[in-house]
Write a protein that binds this ligand. Structure first.
Ligand SMILES: Nc1ncnc2c1ncn2[C@@H]1O[C@H](COP(=O)(O)OP(=O)(O)OP(=O)(O)O)[C@@H](O)[C@H]1O
Ligand SMILES: [Mg+2]
Length: 506
């Protein structure tokens, strides 16, 4: 657990740091981008204002020249106006607020509007008198530029003029902004925030910022929009995507690694526990027959048993316990050979029936002693089957040992040998305690014993079935189990009838 924490914590810290620094980097690039956009907007605004100023100064200059030479001469002023398409209309007003030019209105509606405008200009410009400056005045949605000129006879006059929005867009904005701003879109917004001019369509574009024009276009703004093909932003996005992918992979690796490590640790812990159990079980299994042999041996040695039949009985017990002992030791030794990859099999054609009977012989005493009903069914005309007789006998003995050991009150044993599906099927059936379904796959694992009290109360080291499976597989066969708790079990050893599939020496 501690190891997992030790792996996961630094990995998470690294990932978090990476994430934070990425976000910071993203933010600073964004800031830089805005800074650049601001510079761009300011520069563009200045350029527009300069162009505007240039045209308007030239216009005022011409008007000044006309009025200085010829006073309010309508024809000459008309000509000046015609020469400057940007200027839509011109008004000249004297110090008393009288409109000196134009004298004649184009149409009655225009007359009203113009007169009104002239009056307002006059009112609003009163403060301008004497300052000799030019200023922009916004009135009723109309922008007027007001400047001072000096007439020959009429003295100082206010020259007010309005711009033609179409010409402004075409000749000033478009001309000034055409060459500016690659990668971004420059747009001019009016006092309502509506685009007056934009180099390309703005539908999808994201607005970065807007700066106000200084004087020539009061309340208008120069806005910068991110272009669709914004290379910096694309690079940032790509970088973020790459990092995200790496981040996800990293997290995935951490999770998978943690799970694998955890499972490995759990398996190892489980194995260590099983091994400890194994040592305890084997020692116990060795000790019990030894004490029985010793006790009976000593009793006989002391000549305390007078009757011959009792003596015979004692000899049999000693022999049986010695057999058990050697079976156990052989099991353990074979198991260690298998584990070390040193187990050899000598596979030759063997008659099945004698092998079954010989193996059962070793269990005659315990079977009779515990009053087992035994039923042996060996199919007639069984062919000789290629096998290592000793190994298969040992496997069968293990199955018989289990059947006896894990039987309760209903003591019955069925041993069957027949050909089934092209295989030799050697089965051992009992009506014992049975094995829960969930445990059935694990009982063939080394050291594994079902963790129930009725199993644990019976002696065993947990290597018997592992050995059986190994023998079966070494012959190219397998071992299967059908069992249900309380009803009994049937283990079947299935070996191929023809040699060749086996793995001698495996
Ligand atoms: N016929 C059976 N009926 C019920 N449970 C069985 C039977 N055969 C095996 N088992 C269960 O499978 C487990 C594994 O059996 P295995 O023969 O490998 O070990 P064991 O009998 O405990 O020890 P040993 O190494 O001495 O044979 C047993 O502990 C038991 O729980
Ligand atoms: Mg066993």
């Amino acid at each position: 657990m501690l190891a997992l924490v030790a792996i996961v914590t630094p990995a998470m810290i690294v990932a978090a740091l990476g994430w934070v620094s990425l976000r910071q980097w993203e933010r600073s690039t964004e800031l830089l981008r805005r800074e650049q956009a601001r510079d761009m907007a300011t520069m563009a605004a200045e350029k527009v204002e300069m162009a505007l100023r240039q045209i308007e100064d030239r216009f005022v200059q011409r008007v000044q020249e006309v009025v200085a030479a010829r006073d309010v001469d309508a024809t000459a002023l008309e000509a000046v106006l015609a020469g400057e398409p940007l200027i839509r209309s011109l008004y000249l007003i004297n110090g008393r607020g009288q409109l000196l030019y134009p004298r004649h209105w184009r149409s009655p509606q225009a007359a009203n509007a113009d007169r009104d405008l002239a009056r307002r200009v006059g009112d609003a410009s009163r403060g301008t008198w004497g300052r000799g400056d030019r200023r922009e005045v916004l009135m009723a949605g109309q922008l007027c530029v007001v400047a001072m000129v000096n007439a020959r006879d009429a003295g100082p006059l206010l020259a007010a003029f309005a711009r033609d929005p179409d010409v402004l867009r075409r000749d000033v904005l478009a001309a000034s902004l055409a060459s500016l701003g690659s990668g971004v879109i420059l747009a001019v917004l009016d006092e309502h925030g509506q685009p007056v001019y934009a180099r390309t369509a703005l539908d999808q574009a994201e607005r970065l910022l807007a700066v106000s024009f200084r004087q020539s276009l009061p309340q208008w703004q120069m806005a910068v929009y991110a272009g669709v093909d914004d290379a910096t932003r694309a690079a940032v996005r790509r970088q973020v995507a790459v990092f995200m992918a790496a981040f996800i992979v990293l997290c995935g690796v951490i999770v998978v690694g943690s799970v694998v490590t955890w499972r490995l640790i759990r398996r190892e812990t489980e194995m260590a526990r099983l091994k400890a159990d194994f040592v305890a079980n084997v020692s116990h299994d060795l000790k019990t027959p030894l004490s029985v042999i010793r006790m009976f041996g000593e009793t006989l040695e002391m000549g305390r048993v007078a009757e011959e039949p009792r003596r015979q009985e004692y000899y049999r017990v000693i022999t049986r316990e010695a057999e058990r002992l050697s079976r156990l030791i052989e099991n353990v030794l074979d198991f260690s050979r298998i584990e070390g990859g040193r187990r050899r099999y000598d596979i030759v054609p063997t008659a099945v029936e004698p092998l079954v009977r010989e193996t059962l012989e070793a269990f005659v005493y315990p079977l009779a002693h515990q009053a087992f009903k035994v039923e042996i069914t060996v199919a007639p005309d069984l062919p000789e089957v290629p096998m290592d007789a000793h190994a298969v006998g040992q496997a069968l003995a293990n199955l018989l040992d289990n059947a006896i050991k894990y039987s309760a009150n209903d003591r019955a044993l069925g041993v069957e040998a027949c050909v089934e599906g092209g295989e030799l099927a050697l089965s051992v059936a009992d009506r014992g305690i049975g094995i829960p379904r969930a445990e059935q796959a694990r009982i063939f694992d080394k050291f594994y014993r079902v963790g129930r009290s009725d199993t644990q109360s019976r002696r065993g080291s947990g290597v018997g079935l592992a050995l059986v499976r190994h023998v079966a597989e070494a012959h190219g066969g397998r071992v299967t189990v059908e069992s249900s708790p309380g009803a009994g079990s049937r283990f079947t050893l299935r070996l191929p009838l023809a040699a060749g599939r086996g793995v001698p020496g495996a």
